[in-house]
Design a protein around this ligand. Structure first.
Ligand code: FMN
Ligand code: SF4
Length: 526
């Protein structure tokens, strides 16, 4: 059956090809729909679309009606005959019928700038991409000077979505000003943070958006070559991106004449080395150069001396994927949502023990409580939420007393936490935060690149000290030692791996002292 979504002759049925949907049985559902339609002599166009990001409803099957799409989910292969019996091809009633997909509260409450095409398009159809607003940003950028492109990105207020929230426009300006016979654009798609999947969704679901964003970045600084460094555990993303790059090349979006212009740009996908530290930008550059992923001392910044010693833009997938919208709709539209210095939208990723897990893109400013309770619906098993870790494995554990914090970089910093890449992992009251603190130190010991002592040795000593606290050996002294060790790691580590491991450790200790056997002893310990 054709993948062409422009054909209108028969009913279009959409079954996502996103990894999460596949893991939940989407391929089996698609096969079952095709088989059942053939057996019943019914014609339909099956489109393998991207995911809407409402993972709690996957596999989400959508049927195109004149008035929009009607959703059914979560669908299993064995539900398919009954769906046909219920007349789902014309929107028939069935217990799995969800109604118009656009009106589902989880989706209609979002502000989708970056994920506006999620679930709507066939990820590998450039026609579909164009039909849904794709390439408008690049077309506009081709008519602008590098300075004007960078001015637009700067005015949007976009800050790096990989974790450090550094202003993207300033980074690009540094690369533009740097001298080099070659310049590079590198996309950090290592996405190692726990509970995160927004980069993967872009690469699998809307790969042309990333290609477009990187091409605009290349125009802004005069780069002719770009690399996408993709997490090795993302085989579908690697495959989809590779096919999208080939399609973009044949269509003249990439290649010696970008959209017929005088600008050349080509892209290469690199499979990552499978280490968390290779997501750190300088270790990532080492890895692309074929070396072990060891962190480089800064300065020089990658913007000045990056890949192969040349000026390099290195940005996260979401940062680069935000750029086509900014160029197409204008910086003011992007900057028009958000709060304070956190402008635009953040694609939050709800994971862990949560009823409605998935991707939720919204302007900065919602409270964490609204996100967890109203959007996420609390825990899946109905037990009380005890803690939430935001910002990946190096992010702080937040106590319910802190849930009124707004999702904003500065508001999080003010309570000793980070938003990072927007990963939100929810834990119920059965979690032991002392065990989680131990895990943070253990993770650091396993993933440390080994270049500096506070991280390499400190993390191993950290595990030992937490073990002594947990078993009640000389507890007050060991807590003091743990705090001392964390201070050394924060101030003495070369990069955020060792520098931020104390965030989960100390937040667990400070907000959940009872899990360390410290009930009532907090003031002694602090
Ligand atoms: C240990 C460690 C792991 C990191 N992993 C990632 C990652 O997987 N993806 C990412 O985009 N940034 C990661 N970063 C942040 C990058 O070093 C860098 O700040 C980012 O790629 C810059 O892009 P941005 O400005 O668009 O955020 C990591 C940083 C550290 C210290
Ligand atoms: S903090 Fe850890 S990961 Fe970072 S440079 Fe030092 S040893 Fe390497």
């Amino acid at each position: 059956m054709s993948q062409d979504t422009t054909l209108e002759s028969t009913t279009h049925v959409y079954v996502p090809r996103d990894s999460t949907a596949l893991a939940l049985g989407a391929d089996e559902v698609a096969r079952s729909i095709e088989r059942e339609a053939a057996d019943r002599g019914l014609g339909l166009q099956l489109v393998r679309n991207s995911s809407r990001g409402a993972f709690f409803l996957e596999p989400l099957v959508e049927v195109a009606m004149g008035s929009g799409r009607i959703g059914y989910g979560p669908v299993q292969a064995e539900d398919v005959p009954a769906l046909f019996d219920a007349g789902f091809l014309s929107g028939g009633q069935h217990p799995l019928r969800l109604g118009p997909v656009d009106e589902l509260p989880f989706l209609s409450a979002q502000q989708r700038f970056t994920f506006s095409r999620a679930g709507l398009t066939d990820p590998l159809s450039l026609e579909d991409y164009r039909a849904h607003g794709g390439l408008k940003g690049l077309e506009r950028a081709l008519g602008l000077s590098p300075e004007a492109i960078i001015e637009e990105v700067t005015a949007s207020g976009l800050r790096g979505r990989g974790g450090a929230a550094f202003p993207t426009g300033i980074k690009w300006r540094t690369v533009l000003a740097a001298h080099g016979s070659e310049k590079y654009v590198v996309c950090n798609a290592d996405e190692g943070d726990s509970g995160t999947f927004s980069d993967r969704m872009v690469m699998e679901g809307d790969p042309f958006m990333l290609i477009e964003g990187m091409t605009i970045a290349a125009l802004a600084v005069g780069a002719r070559k770009g690399y996408i460094y993709v997490r090795s555990e993302y085989p579908h993303a690697i495959d989809t991106l590779s096919r999208a790059i080939a399609a973009a090349q044949s269509a003249g979006v990439l290649g010696p004449k970008v959209l017929g212009s005088e600008h050349a740009f080509e892209l290469e996908v690199r499979k990552a080395a499978g280490a968390y530290i290779c997501g750190e930008e300088t270790a990532l550059l080492e890895s692309i150069e074929g070396k072990r992923g060891v962190v480089r001392a800064k300065p020089p910044l990658p913007a000045v001396q990056g890949l192969f010693g040349k000026p390099t833009i290195i940005n996260n997938v979401i940062s680069l994927a935000s750029v086509p919208f900014i160029l197409a709709e204008g910086a003011a539209v992007y900057a028009g949502v958000g709060m304070g210095r956190s402008r635009g939208t953040l694609p939050l990723q709800l994971a862990g023990n949560i009823r409605r897990g998935g991707l939720f893109e919204i302007g900065f400013g919602m409270t964490l409580r609204e996100l967890i309770d109203d959007v996420g619906g609390g825990t899946l098993n109905g037990r009380p939420v005890k803690a939430v870790q935001v910002g990946g494995p190096l992010g702080a554990y937040l106590h319910p007393d802190q849930f009124d914090v707004k999702l904003d970089y500065e508001a999080f910093a003010a309570i000793g936490a980070v938003l990072g890449h927007g990963g939100v992992v929810v834990f119920d009251d059965s979690v032991d935060l002392a065990k989680q603190a131990r895990y943070a130190m253990e993770f650091c010991a396993l993933e440390s690149c080994g270049k500096c002592t506070p991280c390499r040795i400190g993390s191993t000593r950290g595990v030992e000290v937490i073990d002594r606290i947990r078993s009640g050996q000389d507890r007050a002294r060991q807590v003091h030692l743990l705090r001392d060790l964390c201070e050394t790691m924060v101030h003495g580590s070369l990069c955020a791996m060792g520098g931020m491991t104390p965030y989960p450790v100390l937040s667990a200790l400070n907000h959940f002292p009872e899990d360390f056997g410290l009930a009532g002893e907090l003031s002694d310990a602090a």
